[in-house]
Design a protein around this ligand. Structure first.
Ligand code: ADP
Ligand code: MG
Length: 386
């Protein structure tokens, strides 16, 4: 068993597969810790593909009630093996050895997140399940793995999400401008860092790419999984009636802390909102406008002030229709990408879990209660040794 020795600099790997199930993002980062000062340097990133067969199995689990526990139990190990392959590839690419890495922080694949408390046998509880077994990653890589972060926050009375504000706070606390760090994954989420650095507000803004991806897949009969560079949306026109109707979605009016996911903006949204509608470029353009408009609207409703700077990360930065629409809806903010601040937009979440895993083995608090609504702080994550 590897013992954790306290030192000033560490090397950590972060693994992330988000609600889009597009790929495993893996990053290796060097972390310097001197007193309260944290500095992070990304050493390498890879995007590791998720085979179509595994992606299909995951989507089958997303469909409430049709998911089979038997397949999920096995998929947990299968996906753990795949995460381990991503780590081995990252080690091979960088020439790093398992003993050079202090820890892997692995988010896992969310298969279900109960964001709103559910009454169960006389008690109201939330719950969350991420699969991609950490023991499999640890045994195959020879590196200790921290996983299952969200459950500790849920046990502390929080919603277990969003967790990335932990990194945003570290990255952007010295901006001296009112900053919104906006991620555009399957879901959109924002961290507000006021110019004083203290007083973070964070919540899921609503849909990111999730509705767009589903529509593109229907429109192209599965040939495309997303609207590459916004090419389809650019040919379409916003359908105002539909957009206004979608903007009435109750989630958008709910006050933070709040979190959402595939349960609200995945299959059920499409079934309820689009069952009689044929997917086309106009609908895809409308879904892109919905993402941008719902973000800007959430800033007006729930942020203390209009942000001076919006730093966008996540796969959605590559969709110029969403980015242009965001600029249009936020005329007084400077809208930029993670790259403008030295952060690779596709890997911010992987970097966040590398750092969160390191905090776990150091016994340091890594939930942001202002973001999750937890009653108390917690050291999230469980350790699996090789
Ligand atoms: N070149 C691109 N053009 C448009 N959209 C893109 C592009 N690359 C990625 N995306 C979008 O980003 C999504 C993945 O973003 P990601 O940040 O990995 O989200 P998640 O955390 O949900 O996995 C894809 O499903 C797709 O919608
Ligand atoms: Mg992803």
């Amino acid at each position: 068993m590897k013992k954790i020795v306290k030192k000033n600099s560490y090397t950590a790997i972060g693994l992330m597969s988000g609600t889009s199930v597009d790929s495993i993002d893996a990053s290796v980062v060097g972390v310097n810790l001197i007193g309260d000062h944290v500095s992070i340097k990304t050493m390498a990133n890879i995007t590791y593909p998720i085979p179509d067969c595994i992606r299909k199995e995951i989507f089958t689990l997303f469909k409430d009630s049709s998911g089979s526990l038997r397949r999920m139990a096995a998929l947990n190990i299968r996906l753990g093996n795949l995460f381990a392959e991503a780590v081995l590839e990252l080690l091979k690419n960088t020439g790093l050895k398992p003993e050079d890495i202090d820890v892997i922080g692995s988010h896992g694949q969310t298969v279900y997140h109960v964001a709103e408390p559910l009454e169960l046998c006389g008690e109201e509880v939330r719950g969350t399940i991420q699969i991609g077994e950490a023991s499999a990653i640890a045994q195959k890589s020879g590196i200790p793995v921290v996983s299952d972060f969200r459950t500790a926050d849920v046990a502390a009375g929080g919603s277990g999400a969003p967790l990335v504000p932990f990194l945003d706070q570290i990255l952007f606390k010295d901006m001296s401008k009112n900053t919104a760090a906006q991620n555009l994954g399957g879901i959109g989420n924002v961290t507000w860092i006021p110019k004083e650095g203290e007083g973070v507000v964070a919540f899921d803004t609503g849909p990111g790419n999730m509705i767009i991806d589903a529509l593109v897949s229907i429109y192209t009969r599965g040939k495309l999984k997303y609207d590459k560079d916004g090419a389809i949306g650019k040919r379409g026109k916003v359908i105002d009636n539909l957009l206004n109707k979608w903007m009435e979605h109750p989630y958008l009016k709910k006050s933070p802390p709040k979190t959402t996911g595939r349960e609200e903006f995945g299959g059920r949204f499409l079934e309820e909102e689009l069952k009689d509608i044929k997917a086309n470029a106009d609908i895809i353009r409308t879904a892109e406008e919905f993402t941008a408009y719902s973000i800007a609207d959430s800033y007006k409703r729930f942020l203390p002030e209009e942000p001076e700077v919006v730093i966008v990360t996540g796969g959605g930065v590559h969709n110029s229709v969403i980015m242009d629409s965001l600029k249009k809806h936020l005329p007084r903010s400077i809208v930029e990408k993670g790259e403008d601040y030295g952060i690779d937009s596709d890997f911010k979440e992987a970097i966040a879990f590398a750092l969160m895993g390191l905090w776990t083995i150091l016994g340091k608090i890594n939930n942001v209660t202002a973001a999750t609504g937890a009653e108390h702080e917690a050291v999230m994550g469980k350790v699996s040794y090789p």
